[in-house]
Every structure is written in structure tokens, then in C-alpha cells.
Design a protein around this ligand. Structure first.
Ligand SMILES: [Zn+2]
Length: 332
């Protein structure tokens, strides 16, 4: 890796100092200097935020997606808009994704899924080359989504098999539906799903905890305050949590009120962080309606939580190693 401004953290004092630093968005932007790293050492768990945004159209914050690399596996969590671009920027070909996990079926979590699935089977080494069926994990409804995806794109599947001789198994999707318990275990990597409460009328929303050796990360998925996130996030290295807030002028809007009712306020996320006490608390999937200043997000979070806090940005990468955790932001 080159031109890297890596922040290594090993002790509690350093953690506190880093929290202050990384809570400042300008500093996080300044750190955007690294190229995609070489393969991770065998014991490392590497988490890359691929999309920290929402359905809102921002070129610097794509929709929800996270890459988790451990045990020689490349695992994608959500496939929002632009996921394929960010995967490439993180140094992988699309066909190198071993499994994809969905937290819910809202558009901002799945609208890059067709791209990951179909680009992955293109038989050009620098693009795709997945030979095996696409492995898709998610809540109840994942099979239906997979069937619909293949049906929608049957022409591409049939034509490429006939014309380009892509292997037929690569065009299949193996759907795995589960909303709780261990859903994946391979090469020492364990993925556990747990239900979360996204909204009164929103079913099939889950979060995930990923364990590899003594390293662990939790991805909240889209949720309101949920004790499950606290329980599964307890003593993890990273808790990556969504958050929702709006500028005061928009608070009277029924649409904004509905949206906020589907997400966790900064104060409540702070309560989750304070109870779970991860080594790093990370904001991603930030629903910031009307563009409230990030300083306000931090200030509101600090009313309930005073530990290490990181404001995520696209291509921010956390490397959990036996020497501690380092953070860098990959070049776009
Ligand atoms: Zn969402």
C-alpha cells in the first residue's frame, strides 16, 4: 500500500484520542490517500465501507454496502447502488465475491444486486469469472427476490451462455433464507443473523455479526433502537450502525417523520454504543435529511456516548489484526 495515512490503535488512551480525531469529518476526508491493499494476512479481518449512504443520490456516499474479508473469503453485506464500483475500488473483481448477505429488501440495499450477480459471471478475467452459483443470504423473501432477478434478466443469462459460453452454474442463484442464528460458517468465518425492528410495517429486517478468531464486527442493518444490536454487539471490535436525523425545518413533514421513525436517532445510537462498548463505534448508512451538519450528529451522539466514534465514509477500511486496529480510506 502506498501514500497511506494509517491510524494504528492499541491502547485505551489512543482509542480516546482517535475518537476525537475521527469524529471530525474534515480529518476523515483528509485521510483519503491509500490504494487498495494487498491480500490481508491470514489472521486479519478487514472491513471496508463500500456505501455509507441511503437512497439519496450522492456520488460520494453510495447506497448501503460493506465488504468483509477474512479467511480468504470476500463477503458482501448489502448491494446498494454502486456496490460494483466500490468493490472494484477496494481491489477486487466482481466475480471474487464469495457470498452476498442482505439486511433488508429496501431499494437502497438491493439496487446494485443485479450488477453484482450478472457482472460476476462475465467471462473476462478483470471483470467477473465467477464459475459457481451466486450465493445469496438474507431474510425471508430472499428466494423470491432471487427468482425474480433471474427471471428479469433471463435474456442476458441465456444469451451469454449461448454466445459467450459462460458456465451455466454461474448464472444460478442459491438463496439462503434465515432471520436468526448462524447462517454461514466457512474457513473459520461465522456469520450470525438477528432480527431488528426497522418499522411497524416493515418485516424481514435483520442485522449480522461476523466472527473470525477473536475478531468481530456487527452490522446493524436498518433499525430503530433495538436491544438485539446491543446484545450481539457486546464486546465486538466494531459496531457499524445506521442513524437518522433531519434539519429542524423539515421536522413537520409527514414524509420526514415517517422516515425518521424507521431509523435510530443519534441519542439512541449513542445508547447502543454505550451499552455494547465495541472498540470502535462506526456510523454508516447515515440518513441525514436536509443535510444537517455532521458536527450536530456528533454532538447529539455525545449526549449518551463518550467512547471511540468514527464517522464512516465510502472506502473507509478497518483492518483488525493481532497488533490492533488500523483505519485508512482507499483512493476513489
Ligand atoms: Zn436503508
Amino acid at each position: 500500500m502506498t501514500s497511506l495515512r494509517t491510524l494504528c490503535v492499541t491502547g485505551a488512551a489512543a482509542l480516546t484520542a482517535l475518537a476525537v480525531t475521527l469524529a471530525m469529518p474534515a480529518i476523515a476526508q483528509e485521510a483519503a490517500l491509500a490504494t487498495a491493499p494487498d491480500a490481508a494476512p491470514a489472521d486479519d479481518l478487514v472491513v471496508t465501507l463500500l456505501g455509507t449512504g441511503t437512497p439519496a443520490l450522492h456520488s460520494d456516499r453510495f447506497s448501503s454496502a460493506n465488504l468483509v474479508q477474512a479467511g480468504g473469503l470476500n463477503l458482501l453485506f448489502d448491494a446498494g447502488r454502486g456496490a460494483t464500483i466500490r468493490i472494484k475500488q477496494a481491489g477486487l473483481n466482481i466475480g471474487q465475491i464469495d457470498a452476498t448477505f442482505l439486511t433488508n429488501f429496501h431499494s437502497d440495499h438491493v439496487n446494485g444486486l443485479a450488477d453484482v450477480f450478472m457482472t460476476g459471471y462475465i467471462r473476462v478475467p478483470y471483470i467477473g469469472t465467477r464459475q459457481e452459483p451466486f450465493q445469496l443470504y438474507g431474510p425471508i423473501g430472499t428466494q423470491k427476490l432471487a427468482d425474480g432477478l433471474r427471471m428479469t434478466h433471463q435474456w442476458d443469462i441465456d444469451t451469454r451462455i449461448l454466445d459467450e459460453q459462460i458456465p451455466e452454474p454461474a448464472t444460478r442463484i442459491e438463496a439462503h433464507e434465515s432471520e436468526s442464528g448462524v447462517v454461514f460458517e466457512q474457513n473459520g468465518v461465522k456469520v450470525t443473523a438477528f432480527p431488528v425492528k426497522h418499522g411497524d410495517k416493515i418485516e424481514n429486517a435483520i442485522g449480522y455479526r461476523i466472527d473470525y478468531g477473536d475478531k468481530s464486527v456487527l452490522i446493524s442493518g436498518d433499525t430503530t433502537f433495538d436491544q438485539n444490536v446491543v446484545e450481539f454487539g457486546r464486546d465486538t471490535d466494531l459496531v457499524i450502525h445506521e442513524v437518522g436525523m433531519a434539519v429542524q425545518d423539515m421536522m413537520d413533514s409527514p414524509a420526514v417523520q415517517t422516515a425518521l421513525a424507521h431509523h435510530t436517532s443519534p441519542e439512541d445510537v449513542g445508547r447502543v454504543f454505550a451499552a455494547a462498548q465495541p472498540d470502535f463505534a462506526v456510523y454508516s448508512h447515515m440518513v441525514l435529511m436536509g443535510n444537517p451538519p455532521v458536527d450536530e450528529l456528533i454532538t447529539r451522539t455525545r449526549t449518551t456516548y463518550d467512547g471511540p466514534l468514527v464517522i464512516g465514509k465510502d472506502l473507509m477500511q478497518f483492518r483488525l489484526s493481532d497488533q490492533g486496529t488500523s483505519i485508512q480510506v482507499l483512493k476513489e
